[in-house]
Design a protein around this ligand. Sequence first.
Ligand SMILES: [Zn+2]
Length: 456
Amino acid sequence: MTDAALTPDQIQQIRDRVAELMPQVRADLEELVRIPSVSATSFDQSQVARSAEAVAELLRREGLDVEIVVEGGRPAVIGHLDGPEGAPTVTLYAHHDVQPPGDDADWDTPPFEPTERDGRLYGRGAADDKAGVMAHLAALRAHSGALPVGVTVFVEGEEEFGSASLPTILEKHGHKLAADAIVIADSGNWAIGEPALTTTLRGGVRAVVRVETLDHSVHSGMFGGAAPDAVTALIRLLASLHDDAGNVAVQGLDEGTAADLDYDEARFREESGLLDGVELIGSGSILTRLWNKPSITTIGMDVTSVEKASNTLAARAAAKVSMRLAPTQDPHAAFELLRTHLLDHAPWGARVTVDLEEHGSGFAADADGPVYDEARASFADAWGTDPVDMGVGGSIPFISDFVARFPQASIIVTGVEDPDTRAHGANESLHLGEFEKVCVAEAIFLARLGALRPAH
Ligand SMILES: [Zn+2]
């Protein structure tokens, strides 16, 4: 493909057009926020149906062919509009369900009553991810009647509840979502005024390790000193998972390096709540440790509680271990390395078994090529500064479903969040100035993509 040619005038026209559209985009966003579309089971699911219908109606008004699909889970909305003959195609993802609001008392204003304060719009879903839905609509509206690309909009209804039916939706309706580029608007930017593309996510593995040392529990006075107890053996085994500096000691795991972004120790201490005097663990830049290297955490143990303790050598003990993986790491290979490490480090000949409980792939975008070039250029047009490549230490499990289903598509992870958004927390909010830039960037991206044509 050749370089897209959009003149500065065309770019300015899109900026102006989006600026005109923002009051209505904002009003529609507020209407969506007023629908408490919490996908968790204990909440009224008719509200999720209502929000699906509201999103479907917004898309219909833009001329899309719209259907609401339910495949054993919450309703998702799929809308489609053809572009010019031969134009590239884009699928735009967001989700219309939200997290539970938590305790209303923790909110300064009611969670489902959108409220503006200091340039931010507060409300559950005001950012995550109803603003993602509205960014896609703003981009469509900016090109109303002259869409430069073919567009499919896919708005999921259970992202906050584990996307359990997404594999079935992709199996039955995936052919409708195939595109040259897939824009997943469910992440965020690096800082106010500093756009980012989310190019990596870590994967994960959860495993249960069981240790046995005795046929049955025995008196610690009679046998202690010669027979090992299972709890102490388990603790020694878990301790072997890190070196003295706190790096993961399991050999053979992938690791990478984060982009060189400004993130200092003071900020990390503040954000993590690390106690004074407690050291950071691991090596490499903090962001590399959080985004591109593996980490291991003991998240649960089956041992006798302090309250019920007696003078006994425990015969068996178990722990659940959570391992975060470098974005490129195959989770099954990682589990085998973890398992081998634990079996090899069994102290005192203790019997060790390790079972895989859960695994998920990370994401490492193939962040080169013409589609990514146009995405970066669009962000630069909207913000006046180039986007950075950002990682996320956690996972967005459904992204790997998209990667597996659409291996040829360029998958671009964007979003409306900023460091103060508090998605999932009380007082979730959207920075309205940044939101407009997100809308501008997406509208320009569609235009730039439409201008891409095969090289002669
Ligand atoms: Zn989200």
